[in-house]
Design a protein around this ligand. Structure first.
Ligand SMILES: [Mn+2]
Length: 162
């Protein structure tokens, strides 16, 4: 099985939406994948969003599973069940580990300095001509992630000026 997951510390709406949407994109391409996380979900994943009919999968990783990591590339912070040697792809928008992963995974390391990982996942749907397969509920998750990360960015800039 391919396991799409994120960090260990907490799960925010960007990671949550990103994992769910990317596992679905793989499924649409005929590749079996599950989106799971053992991290604590933070307040950015509101009860309304949790109630939508798009959710993480219930799945327990086994020995030979392969991992795709979303929204984090610092290997100290991956979900605790991830085995580094079994990582096959990384999609992230944080600075610092892009050279390391590029040398390990080549084009399967997708690290870009954009506002949210959800933006990158939407672009991957576009690239595969599958954008029309994004359901209204999945779109709600993705747009919430994009907005949340943008607002956080503004909040950080405000703090720095203050
Ligand atoms: Mn993010």
């Amino acid at each position: 099985m391919i396991v799409v997951t994120s960090g260990s510390k907490y799960l925010d709406i960007d990671a949550y939406a990103g994992c769910i949407a990317y596992a679905k994109l793989l499924n649409l391409k005929g590749i079996k994948a599950k989106a799971i996380s053992s991290a604590k979900q933070n307040g950015s994943i509101t009860p309304y969003l949790l109630d939508l009919n798009v959710r993480l999968d219930k799945y327990k990783p086994v020995e030979n599973d392969k991992y795709i990591i979303i929204d984090v590339s610092n290997k100290d912070y991956f979900d605790m069940f991830v085995k580094e040697n079994n990582i096959i792809e990384i999609i992230d928008h944080h600075v610092g580990y892009e050279t390391y992963w590029k040398s390990k995974l080549g084009e399967k390391s997708k690290i870009e300095f954009v506002g949210s990982v959800a933006t990158m996942i939407v672009e991957l749907y576009e690239k595969e001509n599958l954008i029309h397969e994004i359901s209204e509920e999945l779109a709600t998750l993705l747009i919430s992630a994009i907005l949340d990360n943008t607002l956080n960015l503004k909040a950080k800039i405000t703090t720095r000026k203050g």
